[in-house]
Design a protein. Structure first.
Length: 213
């Protein structure tokens, strides 16, 4: 019984392994997971990676470069292998590289890449200009607002002072009127007293002989 069970297990295992063995014999890479993803392999073996590796090794000579905003095009030469590299980059990151040994073809591609940087950078450059204009306008607004605040403060002080001056002037006018009224009363009282004194003096001197002439 045990031998029979072992034999059945062996048959089942053989049936399960048969497709994998056949796939491996046929060269089907799906039988086992790849150690490197296709994208990683393409990136590692692409012209961009090759060009960056040559730059890092100091084997590339720059010939032409165009910059528009953060976009740029570059024509470089690999003297050791007489290969031209034409690169398109953005913020110093290469994202398209073309290589050839034909200098005319390299110049044509470089000219095309250079034109592309103009189109690619157009929106960026317009944004930079608009940001600068907006910032300048904001500074102008702030300066004018500060000036308006200072003028308003000066006007408030002047109006307040003007009100105080007007009140002071009114007080002075009232005081003058009161003083004039008091002065007129004092003069009238003085004249009345003078007349009273003269009258009293006449009465006091009435029984005295008149002075000799």
């Amino acid at each position: 019984m045990k031998r029979r069970a072992i034999a059945e297990i062996a048959l089942i295992a053989a049936a399960l392994l048969a497709p994998l063995v056949q796939a491996e014999a046929a060269g089907d890479t799906r039988a086992a997971p790849p150690s490197v993803r296709p994208d990683d392999s393409a990136a590692a073996n692409g012209d961009v990676a090759e060009f960056e590796a040559l730059i890092a090794a100091g084997k590339i000579t720059d010939m032409r470069k165009t910059l528009n905003g953060s976009y740029g095009a570059m024509l470089s030469y690999y003297p050791e292998m007489m290969i031209y590299y034409v690169a398109l980059f953005q913020q110093n990151k290469f994202w398209r590289v073309f290589k050839t040994q034909n200098d005319v073809r390299a110049e044509a591609v470089y000219a095309d890449f250079s034109k592309s940087t103009v189109t690619l950078a157009d929106a960026e450059i317009r944004r930079i200009k608009l940001e600068a204009e907006t910032a300048f306008a904001d500074r102008q607004i702030a300066a004018q607002q500060e000036r308006a605040n200072r003028l308003q403060a000066d006007l408030d002080v002047a109006r307040s002072q003007q009100g105080q001056v007007a009140a002071y002037q009114q007080e002075q006018q009232n005081a003058i009127r009161e003083l004039r009224t008091g002065q007129a009363a004092a003069q009238a009282q003085l004249r009345a007293l003078q007349l009273r004194v003269q009258e009293l003096q006449k009465q006091a001197d009435g029984d005295l002989p008149s002075p000799a002439k």
